[in-house]
Design a protein around this ligand. Sequence first.
Ligand code: TMP
Ligand code: ASP
Length: 236
Amino acid sequence: MEKKAELYRGKAKTVYATDDPEKLIIFFRNDTSAFDGLKIQQFNNKGMINNKFNYFIMKKLEAAGVPTQVEGLLSDTELLVKKLEMVPVECVVRNYTAGSICKRLPVKEGQKLETPTFEFFLKDDALHDPMVNDSHIISFGWGTQEDIDQMKALSLKINDVLKKLFDDAGLILVDFKLEFGKFHGQLLLGDEFSPDGCRLWDKKTMKKLDKDRFRQNLGGVMEAYEEVAHRIGVPL
Ligand code: TMP
Ligand code: ASP
């Protein structure tokens, strides 16, 4: 399958049409973005690492019964996927406090939560992805109650699967972001799961091994992504 017209250029990935109207090709670029596109930098091999990382995680999730849009790896940096009608919200699950929740609530980074939290954010860089609730999603027609229930249930199931996978590799899954979309009426997991969209800390040292290294200018961004990939067994 070959790339045809460019349909959408995101901050780190570009989406192309294919000969099949129901399939797309996602091209993972070397761009890394933070703060809603304010800070952008290129890293060698980043597209390849995130593409292979995402494919590995998506296959694990499929095996655990989570339906995803993934069809297959086409090359080091290209993924063939089903074309989804995306629900324009981001689903965030947190096991520990970090990031935006420490700005919104009187909590410090690193607090283990009694149970995971689930939050929706509207995908809107210009508005810095504001938090929205179930009522907003239904009232504005972004999704149905059934979509909401499924996104919550799948996100928490994904948390259970991935918390264990990372724990077995000596890593804490602090939080992560997911996006879902519809394919012939069925809700599927879309977008990507990579160190770009989650937080991972070393269990022993609490060292950050995710995109916070880029956001907070900690250095060693790709080294951290490669280390996580290596520890969970992603073939690079
Ligand atoms: P937050 O702490 O900024 O709300 O982010 C929570 C998690 O979700 C963190 O792992 C980063 C990820 N995330 C994204 O990847 N993209 C986004 O646009 C947002 C809001 C969060
Ligand atoms: N994913 C968003 C961006 O690329 C937010 C972030 O990761 O900081 O700008």
